[in-house]
Design a protein around this ligand. Structure first.
Ligand code: SAM
Length: 213
């Protein structure tokens, strides 16, 4: 079984589209998508030989040859023309940014991105390019992970608050998102007890406002 994080990403993928999973070390997500009839064809892209070999071993072990296709590629450099949806997950913001800067975002239906770091900077990047955030989810899988679906459709820049917390998450205020905010608040209060700083106090106030007002 795949992790709750990858499962949440799988649930955000439209059926029967062609997906390219960037950084697919064990081809777990592509295999899950094909095995569960969500997709007929998924590319598992990897920049490193070792992880690509692990992906190939799993594809063979699970009999998914021709349906899950391993590709040796830096980001989307070697992506075929039939790709509809791109997944970039489990990496840091700077790697994700490198991948986005070196592809034609307009070519794809949408991207699902899950950054392990600096999610606010990722939203800022999306906003600066006037892309549209179409959906967002928070999932708890040992840590809280944020998954963003965005497309190249034109959108006005997002506000600072939306960049920090997510425009869709703020609107929807679902249970996991509120638990994530509470977790952030508790952590920040603990840090502020150790070393008081005005920026911590400000952020604590902002989180309390979002949670309780
Ligand atoms: N996407 C999977 C997930 O979310 O569980 C695997 C994440 S794993 C931590 C990151 C993988 O991305 C590594 O196998 C690494 O080799 C690969 N990677 C890093 N930069 C890449 C790039 N520019 N293009 C393709 N793959 C990349």
């Amino acid at each position: 079984m795949i992790s709750s994080r990858l499962l949440q990403i799988a649930m955000m993928i439209e059926r029967k589209k062609v997906v390219f999973d960037v950084g697919s070390d064990h081809a777990l997500l592509p295999s899950f998508l094909v095995q569960n009839g969500i997709c007929d064809k998924v590319y598992a892209g990897e920049i490193a030989e070792g992880p690509l070999n692990h992906a190939k071993e799993n594809i063979e072990k699970w009999g998914l040859e021709g349906k899950v296709i391993p590709v040796f590629s830096d980001g989307l450099a070697k992506a075929a023309d039939d790709v509809d949806i791109v997944v970039i997950a489990g990496m840091g913001y700077h790697t994700i940014r490198h991948i986005l800067e070196n592809c034609e975002v307009e070519r794809y239906l949408y991207f699902l991105v899950q950054s392990n770091t600096d999610v606010d900077l990722l939203r800022q990047y999306i906003s600066d390019h006037m892309y549209t955030i179409e959906d967002e989810k928070v999932v708890y899988d040992g840590f809280y992970y944020q998954i963003i679906r965005f497309s190249a459709d034109l959108h006005d820049p997002y506000s600072d608050l939306e960049i920090r917390y997510g425009p869709i998450l703020l609107k929807r205020r679902d249970e996991v998102f509120l638990a994530f905010l509470e977790d952030q608040l508790e952590r920040l209060k603990a840090v502020n007890m150790q070393a008081r700083k005005p920026e911590y106090a400000e952020k604590i106030k902002e989180l309390e406002n979002l949670l309780y007002n």
